[in-house]
Design a protein around this ligand. Structure first.
Ligand code: ADP
Length: 187
């Protein structure tokens, strides 16, 4: 199964992606995690990405696109994957289609986790206390929500038009949401 998981910051995308990818036995590919790993390791990609991430802005498409193309060409992604955090812009949607075209395959579904804005801001502030992610300050969180609404939310309509959008309510207990996601995917 080839899946995209989208949803606003704090909707629980990363948490759910782990459970769903395990249940479906497909690799979980998180662009945010790949960027953070590169930042920690101080790679050239990490230095470039950090500039944007620290402000809650998106990393430029050309940087992100080539990173994803390389990751999807790895053997473990051959029979399926769960993309978490990509695509996030309209050009990334086209790029993903082109990458998959080149691999002679296509996306099965895009799952959108929906969430209540006030609740997700609270969740993110709590995560900031627990994990100390540098982009979890209130000001940066607000900016990430604005950027999401402007750049990423419109992608749901595109996938809806393609007839592959599934919407799942992300509010409630973690395992409740996991069950909803798996049910939406027919499991
Ligand atoms: P969240 O969804 O909680 O905001 P992620 O871990 O998915 O966080 O991403 C963290 C940051 O990494 C984003 O705010 C952005 O700067 C960068 N990033 C991740 N994925 C992409 C992408 N597809 N395009 C551009 N930037 C991205």
């Amino acid at each position: 199964m080839r899946l995209v998981l989208m949803g606003p910051p704090g909707a629980g995308k990363g948490t759910q992606a782990k459970f769903v990818s395990e249940a479906l036995n497909i690799p979980h590919i998180s662009t945010g995690e790949i960027f953070r790993k590169n930042v920690t390791e101080g790679t050239e990609l990490g230095v470039k990405a950090k500039e944007y991430m620290d402000k809650g802005e998106y990393v430029p498409d050309e940087v992100t696109n080539s990173m994803v193309a390389a990751r999807l060409a790895e053997p473990d992604a051959k029979n399926g994957f769960l993309l978490d955090g990509y695509p996030r812009t309209l050009p990334q949607v086209s790029e993903l289609d082109a990458i998959l075209d080149g691999l002679d395959t296509k996306l099965d579904n895009c799952v959108e986790i929906t969430a209540n804005t006030d609740e997700v801001v609270q969740r993110l502030l709590k995560r900031a206390e627990l994990e100390g992610r540098p982009d979890d300050t209130e000001e940066v969180i607000r900016n990430r929500m604005v950027v999401y609404a402007r750049e990423t939310e419109p992608l749901a309509a595109v996938y809806e038009e393609h007839g592959i959008l599934l919407k799942v309510d992300g509010m409630g207990e973690v395992d409740e949401v996991t069950q909803r996601l798996l049910a939406a995917l027919g499991h």
